[in-house]
Design a protein around this ligand. Structure first.
Ligand SMILES: [Zn+2]
Length: 215
C-alpha cells in the first residue's frame, strides 16, 4: 500500500498470524500491533533502514503487543494503548508463554493511555484519527489514516466476521455498537481496512460481503 506521503506494509512476524502494520515516512516509521519477538523487529528495522518513532496497539491482547514494551525501551520511544486494557497484560502472559515469548511485566515501560477519540499528527505531515472501538476488549481502538485511506481496526471486525467477545472485558453488544460507529463514519468505499488477522478489505467490500457491517 502506498499513499503520496507514506508507504504502508503489513508484517506477519512469527510465530503467529497477527497483522502488524508499519507506516513509513522517510527514515522513520510507526508500528501498529507489534507481535512477535523484539529481536525480529530490530532486524526488520535495520533491513529496511528505518527507525521506529512510536508504537500503537489496537488493544491489549498479547498477540498485538508482545514486542511493544521491549521495542519502546530499546528505541526510547512511546508506545500507546488504552489503559482500560492494562489488566490484560497479566492475563495474556499465558499465551506468550505458550509461544515461547518473553512475558510482559508491569516493570516494563508502561503505555501512554489512548482511550478516547482524538486526532494527532504522527509525522509532521500525517494526521491520524484515534477511534475508540470497545467490545472485543474494553479499551479497543482503531487508527484511521485519512491521507493514506487506511483504517486499522484490530480485532473489532474481520473479513467475514467480528472479534470474539468471550475474553475478559469483551461485550458483544458494545462490539456491535463499535462496528456501527465505523459504518457511520461514512468513509469512502475505497478505504482499505486492515484487520487484526486475515486478509485486508475495503469499506465498500465489507458493506457488500460482511453481514455484520451495518448501521
Ligand atoms: Zn484480540
Amino acid at each position: 500500500m502506498q499513499s503520496p506521503k507514506n508507504k504502508i506494509e503489513l508484517v506477519q512476524m512469527p510465530p503467529q498470524n497477527t497483522n502488524s502494520v508499519v507506516v513509513f515516512n522517510g527514515a522513520n516509521c510507526i508500528v501498529f500491533d507489534p507481535w512477535g519477538r523484539a529481536g525480529d523487529w530490530k532486524k526488520y528495522f535495520s533491513e529496511h533502514n528505518v527507525t521506529p518513532i512510536a508504537i500503537y496497539a489496537t488493544h491489549g491482547h498479547p498477540d498485538h503487543i508482545s514486542a511493544a514494551a521491549e521495542l519502546a525501551e530499546h528505541f526510547d520511544i512511546d508506545w500507546h494503548m488504552s489503559h482500560l486494557d492494562m489488566d490484560l497484560i497479566d492475563w495474556g502472559n499465558g499465551l506468550l508463554d505458550y509461544f515461547g515469548l518473553p512475558k510482559l511485566s508491569h516493570d516494563n515501560r508502561a503505555p501512554i493511555d489512548i482511550s478516547s477519540d482524538c486526532r494527532k499528527m504522527i509525522f509532521s505531515d500525517t494526521e491520524m484519527q484515534i477511534i475508540s472501538l470497545p467490545g472485543h476488549t474494553r479499551g479497543g481502538v482503531g487508527y484511521y489514516l485519512p491521507d493514506a485511506g487506511v483504517f486499522i481496526v484490530g480485532d473489532t471486525l474481520f473479513q467475514d466476521s467480528y472479534g470474539r467477545t468471550d475474553f475478559p472485558g469483551g461485550d458483544e453488544q458494545i462490539l456491535f455498537q463499535s462496528i456501527s460507529k465505523i459504518y457511520d463514519m461514512k468513509l469512502p468505499d475505497t478505504t482499505v481496512v486492515i484487520h487484526g488477522h486475515g486478509h485486508h478489505t475495503t469499506i465498500g467490500w465489507l458493506k457488500q460481503n460482511n453481514r455484520f457491517f451495518h448501521k
